[in-house]
Design a protein around this ligand. Structure first.
Ligand code: KG4
Ligand code: ZN
Length: 367
């Protein structure tokens, strides 16, 4: 089915290839958006580069870019094969064009351009954050408007999602991202990388009340986060106790997790209260995205906040909260349905805030 027919009717089914290479996952997926606007994931292949970066305690941009070059073609071929289609069957190719590590973004976007040009298909340059923001519509059919809490290794922010291309950033971190804070605490406790799952595991055996770590900014009303002071407090405590016993490590991990859980829960409550004030009559909905969504302590706290504020909480399956190709394909599908497509001159952007004025949607009426 041709893309032009799709754009004219705005209704027809579309098959989208999504490509994600902005950090340390090489990912490709095939997603189908049907006439009614419902999405189906036909394949979702993710190759994590954890092993390549493990020895360095974090993602090394140059190594990441090289691994994307080496693997992307294979990952795309696998995604197409698992979907049971041929590459020629896709209507559009969507690739993350930023924000992210520029070397990796260039690999994915350039590959997408080459495929789009050679196959004569539409190209959609996707904002990675838009991929996270729209995932809950793919997984749970969530209707606009809703609030997104994105908490990953690179981002921590609240975004009001009014519609495709209509985003308002309500707050973010002024220093470290939440996942980054977990990773740094894990590093100083010698728990390995990535740190989030390790901290959560050790924290289960610890006493969360032993240390009262600071909750930066929490007394202020703004919906921002700050985690670097908390991380410093954890480091000073660890240095004061050194050498650390297993119990010290577990207690520090548990006390740190208790602090960030309270911060995230309090901010989410405030954000939902603002939602109710600014969008009276709309069902308050909180959608969580990013790798930190895997944390049970934080998820349970958010469930409580949702219950107390009468909000609907949506946490997509964790494989779709972390970086993947399906979210990029779906964002591309939503864009395509609105008639958006990009030229081969689409640029890769290391920085690309979600609320950047978007020329593509200039003609779409605000919802
Ligand atoms: O979304 P993601 O896979 O990658 C990007 O950052 O884009 O998120 C990874 C981050 C890492 O910082 C990792 O430590 C954190 O999510 N994370 C967790 C947990 N699982 C992953 N943080 C806390 N608790 C977890 N269970
Ligand atoms: Zn991400």
């Amino acid at each position: 089915m041709g893309v032009d027919q799709f754009i004219v009717t705005g209704q027809a089914q579309a098959i989208i290839l999504g490509i994600e290479t902005s950090c340390d996952e090489t990912a490709a997926a095939i997603v189908v958006r049907d006439q009614s606007g419902r999405g189906t994931i036909r394949s979702n292949v993710v190759r994590s580069q954890l092993d390549e970066h493990a020895a360095f305690g974090g993602v090394v941009p140059e190594l990441a870019a090289r691994a994307h070059v080496e693997w992307l073609d294979h990952i795309i071929a696998q995604a197409v094969e698992e979907a049971g289609i041929a590459l020629e069957d896709v209507d559009a190719i969507a690739a993350t064009a930023g924000p992210g590590l520029i070397g990796g973004v260039l690999v994915g976007l350039t590959t997408a351009k080459a495929l789009a040009a050679s196959l004569g298909k539409a190209l959609i340059a996707v904002n990675h954050l838009e991929g996270h923001a729209l995932t809950a519509r793919l997984t749970d059919g969530v209707a606009f408007p809703y609030l997104m809490l994105l908490v990953s290794g690179g981002h921590s922010q609240f975004v009001l999602v009014r519609g495709v291309g209509h985003y308002e950033r309500w707050g973010g971190t002024i220093d470290d991202a939440l996942g980054e804070a977990f990773d740094k605490v894990a590093k100083l406790l010698s728990l390995g990388h990535p740190g989030g799952p390790a901290v959560e595991r050790i924290a289960r055996e610890g006493d969360a009340k032993r240390f009262k770590f600071p909750r930066p900014l929490l007394r202020e009303q703004r919906l921002d986060f700050s985690f670097s002071g908390l991380k410093t407090a954890v480091r000073l405590q660890a240095e004061a106790l050194a050498p650390l016993t297993d119990k010290d490590v577990a207690d520090i991990a548990a006390s740190f997790q208790a602090a960030v859980t309270e911060i995230v829960a309090t901010r989410s409550r405030q954000a939902l209260e603002r939602f109710q004030v600014e969008l009276p009559g709309a069902l308050p909905q909180l959608v969580v995205a990013g790798g930190v969504a895997a944390n049970r302590a934080i998820a349970v706290a958010l469930e409580t906040v949702a219950a107390e504020t009468g909000a609907r909480l949506v946490v997509p399956p964790i494989a779709l909260c972390t970086d993947n190709g399906a979210m990029v394909a779906w964002a591309g599908a939503e864009r395509l349905a609105l008639g958006d497509r990009d030229g081969l001159d689409a640029v890769a952007r290391p920085r690309w805030p979600l609320d950047t004025p978007d020329m593509r949607i200039a003609d779409h009426a605000a919802p």
